[in-house]
Design a binder for this molecule. Sequence first.
Ligand code: GLC
Length: 560
Amino acid sequence: MTTVAPSVHARDLSDAPDWWRQAVVYQVYPRSFADTDGDGLGDITGITSRVPYLAELGVDAIWLSPFYPSALADGGYDVADYRDVDPKLGTLADMDELIAQLHAHGIRVIVDIVPNHTSNDHAWFQEALAAGRGSAARERYIFREGTGPDGSEPPTDWQSTFGGPAWERVADGQWYMHHFDVSQPDLNWANPEVRGDFVKTLRFWSDRGVDGFRIDVAHMLTKDLSEPLPSQAEIEALPQDGSHPLFDRDDVHEVYAEWRAVFNSYDPPRTAVAEAWVHPSRVPLYARAESLGQAFNFDLLEADFDPAQFRRIVADNLALAAESGSSTTWVLSNHDVVRHATRYGLPDAERGADGRPTLKHGNEWLLSGGQTPTLDAERGERRARAAALFVLGLPGSAYLYQGEELGLHEVAEISDDQRQDPTFFRSRGIDQGRDGCRVPLPWSENGPSFGFGEGGAHLPQPEWFAAYAVGLQDGDPASTLSLYRRALDLRHALQTDERLEWIDAGRDDVVAFARPNGWTIVTNFGSEPVPLPAGEVLLSSSPLEGGALAGESTAWIRRA
Ligand code: GLC
């Protein structure tokens, strides 16, 4: 293991155990970050080669989406071995080196744990297939007999999240349940062996120096599968109040209490953040110190660039955080949604019920109503910069998704035969899927894959990626990259205190709040310039207009 001289940005990792409360966490999607072996797929040494970039950006931690052995049927969320590295991405030694380099630069590491399901390539599932009905190996998963005279109908009519039935039949006639892709069989969390094995995994990575965990679909693990099983209609009608057979059950916290004991056995305690799609009133259960300790707040993923929505979301989530004693988490983009620069460049309020526009090819966007509005790319970026400064000014931790610091847009130009996301295939193309936000990053204007690697890129990069390249933005003080660097640098002054006080700006299209050290954050959601409070302008997302805050912009002010 080599050691590196810490950069000027290095911070002391021996800080208080509360480092995560107001951390800026940068999500790396490993396959699409940087490729050092030229196979078109990002790798661990690629991430290591970009640690100086992450340090210069000024992030406190990175969250690595799964890098475990995987057939990549669901972008790595189909894990074949939780305690190894995919040979396509590197080795455990590469991971050790990455962790060491990140730590040497003052950056912590969060890894993704996918406990609801394994890959069908996992040794356990292969064993279950071979061992047959009634075996202990099948008890690690959810196997049932089919219905109908010869059992050729699935046990229930449940639908998988990615589309199509949630049951698949195996050669001997039994069926197994899969909430997601057919290659992702759900584990049986009533089985102590399953529980024990995940504790082993958490210790494995904690012992290697990992600082925290992001828990995939944390609300799904435990299930009540007593007979008779409910129908899909019944499942949808049942309240999700802790007793639902499949989602957000109270007993999932027994699992997390056990994990918490593991986390707290380390110094500093390992952290965890729940990806839990639950009713807001139930988020604090996951965010409590006795459970995972923090939970994602995804409200901004579904919001328009709208002052009333932003204000309400902040107020609601700070209240929820106060209830749990945790801090909240701000997320504008991740690997599952259309990038926010693009969302904000599309007409408001015309999206599908889930808040997502559906992608269409050729840079057109098919909305739920069937229209194909043109993307206003510039407006989307302008709003994205304003939204970024807004959330980075808030108390709580901010999760950035790789490429948002470049103002990157969603890629719509992916042909059917190049798509990889199972949501595209299982919905028979009705849902274009999530590949458009997972296209490898442009590091340089030129080169075979815009500096991503020596070879190509596993998802096609459009020509317009050149204009967003890191190399191009690097020395440009007006670039989005420079804005993020400056904001993250300045933000340290805010990370000492979690108070926020609303300021009445006297108009509905302006949202303003005060933070410690006499700082005021002002966002103008309207189109006309608005006067700024007296003080020094520390940063603004677009140039001031005659001393006033331009439309669709945010400024950070130190009050006079
Ligand atoms: C989470 C992940 C998503 C994945 C799913 C199944 O929602 O964020 O990418 O497809 O879980 O693991």
